[in-house]
Design a protein around this ligand. Structure first.
Ligand SMILES: Cc1cc2nc3c(=O)[nH]c(=O)nc-3n(C[C@H](O)[C@H](O)[C@H](O)COP(=O)(O)O)c2cc1C
Length: 322
């Protein structure tokens, strides 16, 4: 058990926020595998302030059994605070707010939001300070190493965030310039937790239990995030959670389990967002359940080209004979 502010968290695996992926349906599916807390996709502060319908949809979730945070993005401390107040009125299941300080997408960074915030560590602190004034729940931040390899400033940003009263910090061990590729630089985060006053959550290339153990060993972090590694491999969460509770390594799932989970997630997404929308998104996720299995290529071509509704999903899954 560890704590973010006064929030008790049981387990070391956090379900990472992923725009376009970690919808309420996706989170509902992943929770039973052993996630200890989860976060919405990033939500625009101005979208909430203007009452944008699509933005408001991100806030429609019930208690899923573990603390769920809302991740906000923006650049102005006052607007962060205003949007958090609006969000709190809309949904009293919000367990914490997380501030996006890591998004590398130009559409976001050119407005001064996402990873652009790290160019101004004092501003990062000011955002947390304003949020702390108006929120009754803990405030966390998700950062990167810095903008690029010439401006690695995560220590300075962490210091500003801590001074402002942040309750936990997640760090994606890449710079903004590295986007999502290449090996994350956990060596730069060696024993970082020891030097911090709040829980550290690490992120970057957690695709296997071994990678999780190594990253935790190097950094001494309190928890880690499963992001892309959990797409099509929900059991990774169970393997990591179980290992850190018991020291025992569970073997990988069978193809039959993968087929069953692939159908289950397709059904949950369909229930939560309608078949058309769900299947459009699912083409990019379903294929990931079979990578690494012999015959995966043929299955994946079918999933990528023939998946239109739940019936076609069932037909394709039934045709898998591996
Ligand atoms: C498709 C996609 C969407 C993402 N969206 C967000 C987001 O909305 N907010 C955020 O803080 N990080 C976001 N991330 C970053 C992830 O949370 C995570 O830090 C990153 O993918 C590194 O972990 P990984 O290498 O294990 O995937 C996103 C990543 C991906 C691949």
């Amino acid at each position: 058990m560890w704590k973010i502010g006064n929030l008790e968290i049981s387990g070391k695996v956090v379900l990472a926020p992923m725009a376009g992926i970690t919808s309420v349906g996706y989170r509902t599916f992943m929770v039973p595998f052993g996630a200890s807390m989860c976060v919405t996709e990033m939500v625009s502060d101005m979208g909430l302030i203007y009452g944008n319908d699509e933005t408001k949809e991100y806030l429609e979730f019930n208690d899923c059994g573990i603390p769920t945070g809302v991740q906000l993005f923006g650049f102005d401390p006052i607007n962060f605070a205003k949007s958090a107040q609006i969000a709190q009125k809309m949904n009293n299941n919000i367990a914490f707010f997380d501030v996006n300080m890591g998004c590398p997408v130009p559409k976001v960074t050119k407005t001064g939001a996402g990873s652009s915030l790290m160019k101004n560590p004092k501003l990062c602190g000011d955002i947390i300070r304003e949020l702390k004034k108006v929120c009754s729940v803990p405030i966390t931040a998700k950062i990167r190493l810095g903008w690029d390899d010439k401006s690695v400033n995560f220590l300075e940003v962490i210091s500003q965030l801590e001074k402002a009263g942040v309750d936990a910090i997640a760090i994606h061990a890449r710079t903004r310039a590295e986007l999502y590729s290449g090996t994350p630089h956990y060596e730069m985060l060696k024993d970082l937790q020891e030097r911090m006053n709040v829980p550290l959550i690490i992120s970057g290339n957690i695709f296997s239990l071994e990678q999780a153990i190594e990253a935790m060993d190097i950094t001494g972090a309190t928890a880690l995030m499963v992001a892309r590694g959990g797409m099509g491999n929900p059991f990774l969460i169970r393997q990591i959670d179980h290992y850190f509770r018991t020291g025992e390594k569970l073997s990988d799932p069978t193809i039959e389990q993968q087929k069953q989970w692939c159908l289950e997630l397709g059904e949950i997404l369909t229930r939560s967002m309608g078949e058309l929308r769900a299947m459009r998104i699912y083409r990019g996720i379903a294929t990931k359940f079979f990578s690494g299995f012999p015959g995966a290529k043929a299955v994946n071509i079918k999933l990528a080209t023939e998946l239109t509704d739940l019936n076609s999903l069932k037909r394709i899954l039934n045709s898998i004979q591996i």
